[in-house]
Design a binder for this molecule. Structure first.
Ligand code: PBG
Length: 378
């Protein structure tokens, strides 16, 4: 009976090979010669094998020193990006109920948190604004107001002279009355019309001090349009981290609570532009397109349920690849830890090293500060 190692198309980590296992005289099936190079090029095929009892894999696991010596992946503070939420006002820290340990902060208090991130060595933060309900409109035009909350926040962080990378999202959902990431035409999110607004949003955020523009909207062609707009406005050194493979996921629920877009979106969903969780070949096409359009870094989102995509993207393209451990993932672990069902620090670090093992260059995680503390004490 022929078995198939599934992989498709031109992408290296998905090369499709088939062979017929011979009678079991050794560990390997009989493999046709021309297939061998393909198989050995596959990432997960061991190149050297041995046998018990000469080989005992537990030997290397015997001591802490030997485990450290053979460890394949490392998690460091340099791998962490902290997502934050900013609200209007002064001196307010407002906990997000569905994300225990995460708060929305006014700019002054946010700056304290960002200083803490800088002090501990976190390289970058992402800032998400909570737009007052009265400023949300059908066309989301507050997104292009150079004095909106996110722009004022970016300028304030810059003025505070904090040495940290600033990442700002591009998408209309914090600003639209319907909670969609683009503008609606006859109930459908209109792609090309949204692009113009997204490009303007990117330019004002770059002008306000963002180092990295992160389009999370999933419109076709946005990376190219944003790149051109940034360049035309003299922001050629502002980078683009695209949410390249972003899935239509139920794991974003607590984030939508945090930024106050859940009520706007209501029962609607984002399936006409975010990806179908059933697809992986399509993720590679999304990433390929974004790289071609000028993305400097690409992101896979959500994280833990999509580690297969993280691995395939990082192996296939070799470009800086990030994963977003999203709000729902954080909520699950935190809720279980709060009940004493999981060890918070242990699952936090285990979940984060899994991203590194899968090939991520970094992780956006609400655990960033806690993880950084753990990593710097141990
Ligand atoms: C906005 C955006 C979302 C997230 C990041 N940027 C929500 C969404 O697409 O509905 C989710 C982040 C998280 O869940 O932690 N487009």
């Amino acid at each position: 009976m022929a078995s198939t190692v599934k992989v498709s198309g031109a992408y290296a980590c998905f090369v499709s090979v088939a062979w017929s296992p011979a009678p079991r005289n050794n560990c390997f099936p009989q493999i046709p010669q021309d297939i061998l190079p393909k198989i050995s090029a596959m990432p997960d095929v061991p190149k050297f094998v041995g046998r018990f009892p000469q080989l005992r894999l537990r030997r290397n696991r015997r001591y802490d020193w030997s485990r450290r010596l053979v460890r394949e992946s490392r998690l460091t503070v340099d791998d962490l990006i902290l997502p934050t939420f900013v609200i209007e006002g002064q001196n307010v820290v407002e906990p997000v109920p569905s994300m225990p340990g995460v708060s929305r902060r006014t700019v002054d208090r946010l700056i304290d948190q960002i200083r803490e991130a800088e002090d501990i060595g976190i390289p970058a933060i992402a800032v998400f604004p909570v737009t007052p309900a009265g400023l949300k409109t059908d066309d989301g035009k507050e997104a292009t107001n150079p004095d909106n909350l996110i722009c004022r926040t970016l300028r304030a962080i810059r003025d505070a002279n904090i040495d940290i990378g600033l990442i700002a999202d591009v998408a209309l959902d914090p600003y639209t009355s319907h909670g969609q990431d683009g503008v609606l035409r006859d109930g459908y999110v209109a792609n090309d019309e949204s692009l113009e607004l997204l490009a303007q949003q990117a330019v004002i955020q770059a002008a306000a001090g963002s180092n990295v523009i992160a389009p999370s909207d999933m419109m076709d062609g946005r990376v190219g349009v944003i790149r051109s707009a940034l360049d035309a406005a003299g922001h050629e050194s502002v980078a683009i981290m695209s949410y390249a493979a972003k899935y239509a996921s139920a794991f974003y629920g607590p984030f939508r609570d945090a930024v106050g877009s859940a009520g706007n979106l209501g029962k609607a969903d984002k399936q006409t532009y975010q990806m179908d969780p059933a697809n992986s070949d399509e993720a590679l096409r999304e990433v390929e397109l974004d790289i071609a359009e000028g993305a400097d870094m690409v992101m896979v989102k959500p994280g833990m349920p999509y580690l297969d995509i993280v691995q395939c993207v990082s192996k296939t393209f070799g470009v800086p690849t990030f994963a977003y451990q999203v709000s729902g993932e954080y909520a699950m672990m935190s809720a279980a830890a709060d009940r004493g069902w999981l060890d918070r620090n242990a699952v936090m670090l285990e979940s984060l090293i899994a991203f590194k093992r899968a090939g991520a260059d970094g992780i956006l995680t609400y655990f960033a500060l806690d993880a950084a503390r753990q990593l710097t004490v141990s």
